[in-house]
Ligand binder design. Structure first.
Ligand SMILES: C[S@@+](CC[C@H](N)C(=O)[O-])C[C@H]1O[C@@H](n2cnc3c(N)ncnc32)[C@H](O)[C@@H]1O
Length: 246
């Protein structure tokens, strides 16, 4: 059985497994190099992903503006007896705390939504990557967010989100991206996109109780998420988009 869907996992972990399996599958080949690779996790937060990467032998640095998140990361890493370097910092001023061309893999998961200038942020990440390095970008997807707002009865918000410019936000709301918009922003920052995956196509729609009570449901859901992740017709339904770029 896949390591992310063991039957001993707690309910919250089962849902996390269903949500993160596609991204993990895509990133894993780049971080499990036997010689150890340098991984920067910008906005890595409490380190859920970073510690999994560190357990594979990678040298991982998390940069995040939140001291509370970094403290939680430290506790998590100690509990699991892995080393993760934690550095307080911000994507907008990343080069103050990280050397250019110092990372083989950059993880930017759930962060581009909240920066003021996504193209400038991506250009900074490109400077941090070594030649041949890979960016793993995870962003919230616009179409699914429109549907989610409409289903919650927030019709005005859904309407506003329909055509909101991908590179602008009003300071309170987060960016949402279509696959075409994310690809274009990466191109403007000098990246070429290698792969696009739809993430959480079904995982957020399934009642948690189903995963908790029905034996094998989480593993079956993970298999389904994997099966649709690269099918273009399911991309607009995905809560998040994952892009690999170099
Ligand atoms: C939605 S969480 C994602 C955490 C983690 N990357 C994950 O995928 O689970 C967003 C994280 O980005 C961090 N963050 C917010 N603004 C940031 C910025 N300007 N630069 C870097 N990180 C930022 C937050 O502190 C938070 O830890």
């Amino acid at each position: 059985m896949n390591e992310s869907v063991r039957s001993t996992e707690r309910p919250s972990e089962r849902r996390t497994a269903a949500r993160s399996s596609v991204v993990w599958d895509a990133v894993r080949p780049y971080v499990e190099d036997a010689g150890g690779v340098d991984v920067l996790d910008i906005g890595g937060g409490t380190g859920g992903f970073a510690v999994r990467v560190a357990r594979l032998g990678a040298r991982v640095t998390v940069v995040d503006p939140s001291p509370d998140a970094l403290a939680a990361l430290g506790r998590r890493a100690r509990e699991l007896e892995v080393e993760v370097s934690a550095q307080q910092g911000d994507l907008a001023t990343l080069l103050d705390v990280v050397e250019p061309r110092s990372a083989d893999v950059v993880l930017c998961h759930g962060v581009l939504e909240v920066v003021d200038d996504p193209v400038a942020a991506l250009a900074t990440l490109r400077e941090v990557l070594r030649p041949g390095g890979v960016l793993s970008l995870l962003v919230a997807q616009r179409h699914a967010a429109v549907v989610a707002r409409a289903m919650a009865g927030h019709f005005g918000q859904a309407l506003a989100l329909l055509d909101a410019p991908a590179g602008e936000r009003d300071g309170r709301t987060s960016h949402r991206f279509t696959a075409a918009e994310a690809t274009a922003l990466l191109g403007q920052a000098g990246f070429s996109v290698d792969a696009v995956h739809g993430v959480r196509v079904f995982a957020d729609l399934v009642p948690g109780s189903l995963l908790d009570l029905e034996p094998g449901a989480t593993a079956a859901l993970v298999e389904l998420e994997r099966a649709v992740a690269e099918r273009a017709e399911y991309l607009p339904l995905a809560a998040q988009l994952h892009l690999l770029a170099h």
